[in-house]
Write a protein that binds this ligand. Structure first.
Ligand code: GDP
Ligand code: FE
Ligand code: FE
Length: 198
């Protein structure tokens, strides 16, 4: 494949430079996950007429902050006066919602659409742009995912992006409930908007 070049000035450097920065922030297996998410996101962007460059940047950075300490996330929430309720949650919600701030600070990415896709990648949102949907779905269907329904999710993703958002949302909520996990309120709003009939 010809090297994907960045022209849009969404990131002040080349794709290889972004990949190096991400590699430094993550352990090997998560870094490899991120590369697979980028591959899926580029494919979904091509199928859905979304900027491949934005899809690449959002995918490469979606889990950029995931290995930061709880104390760094708490400091960031306070420093930027983010919703204080965030302090009641944990890494699973912080790495997207608060992680977008860390991405914007450290990697000098300011494009709101890219940052929103990072914010929304874990629990979604009632309204999601095509880029949001692509990152949310690519994270779920990347080639390394091998949970029982992964193949169904993958086929759906490449046939019908919105249907894949709905499938993933239902699947994630079912999993969380079956293991008695706390559901982040936005995840319920996503379920109501994307899965529930009335
Ligand atoms: P990853 O960062 O590539 O592992 O994927 P995600 O960002 O989509 O998910 C991170 C983790 O958050 C996964 O283990 C999910 O199961 C979990 N998660 C997603 N939504 C919720 C929620 O509402 N509540 C809880 N407790 N966990 C959630
Ligand atoms: Fe994540
Ligand atoms: Fe991920």
């Amino acid at each position: 494949m010809k090297e994907l070049e960045y022209f849009g000035k969404y990131f002040p450097g080349t794709r290889q430079e972004l990949i190096s920065a991400v590699k430094k922030s993550l352990g090997r297996s998560r870094f490899e996950h991120v590369l697979r998410v980028e591959k899926a996101a580029i494919k979904l962007a091509e199928l859905n007429d979304v900027s491949i460059e934005k899809a690449s940047i959002a995918a490469l950075t979606h889990d950029y902050a995931k290995e930061r300490s709880d104390s760094e996330f708490k400091e960031t929430i306070k420093e930027y006066s983010l919703d204080p309720d965030l302090l009641n949650w944990g890494n699973f919600i912080w790495h997207g919602v608060v992680g977008a701030k860390i991405v914007s600070n450290e990697l000098k990415i300011t494009d709101r659409e890219i940052l929103n896709a990072i914010v929304r990648h874990t629990v979604g949102a009632p309204e999601m742009t095509k880029l949001d949907q692509i990152i949310y779905v690519a994270d779920f269907v990347e080639d390394g995912r091998d949970f029982p329904d992964a193949q169904i999710a993958r086929s759906l993703a490449y046939a019908d992006l919105k249907a894949a958002v709905s499938f993933e949302t239902k699947h994630t909520l079912q999993y969380l409930m079956s293991s008695n996990k706390t559901i982040y309120p936005t995840a319920i709003l996503t379920y109501n908007a994307w899965v529930a009939g009335q």
